[in-house]
Write a protein that binds this ligand. Sequence first.
Ligand SMILES: [Zn+2]
Length: 256
Amino acid sequence: MDNPVYYENFEWENLNISQLKDKVSKILSIIPDNVNSIIDVGSGNGIITNELHKKYNVTAVDRSKKALSFVKAKKIQADCSNIPIENNSFDMVFSSELLEHLEKNTFYKTLNELKRLTKKYLFITVPNDENLRKTDIQCPECKFIYNRAYHLRNFKAKDFKICFKDFKIIYSETFGKKVRYYNPLISKIKQKISPAKSWIPYYWTPKNNRQTMCPKCEHKFVYEYKFNIFSFACDMLNILISHKKPYWLFVLLEKN
Ligand SMILES: [Zn+2]
């Protein structure tokens, strides 16, 4: 979701705690006992932030003014790649479902901000080892192909060893609803041999949840589904060879 227009106008009011109750309980159970102050980088509308705020001294950072209006903790409107706060200001830096959305340049700057702000811990949650192609959409106007959730990168736990060289992973866990992985080779073939309208079958996404905006040309459209036998065959083949696994990855790191 790197398009600023889309991000600001996102329907933040429709995201609420009931959708993430289990996830929040899990997060609370992982936070180490010696944590008092937390900065939540990319807080969005504060679904998680507001729960953390009940127990900890929390500061939220987000670039959307609208999203921050739902946050009950202390808040700062800023880009995650440039946060106007001094080094080592918090016991723990928390970031949930942010890193997968960032373009290369912003991504590396943001990693530096996360490292710089924490005294001790980094707690990151991201989607667990996604094949981004699985939910690609093609814009009918400019033909640009993009991930439905605007995810630009995927992660395994070991990737965080590389991202955060001065930290060690002290805990990692996959968690949440199990979703089926999509084999990278099959997804590549599927995109080559079948039309874009068949890529995301109706049984993956209901009709009322198919509005989107192209991040390149800002064209708004509904990605309708049209059956295609080759596309269907790829999905069936994938069921035979790919396993289901929990949707999220939680990683807790400690500064060396
Ligand atoms: Zn477009």
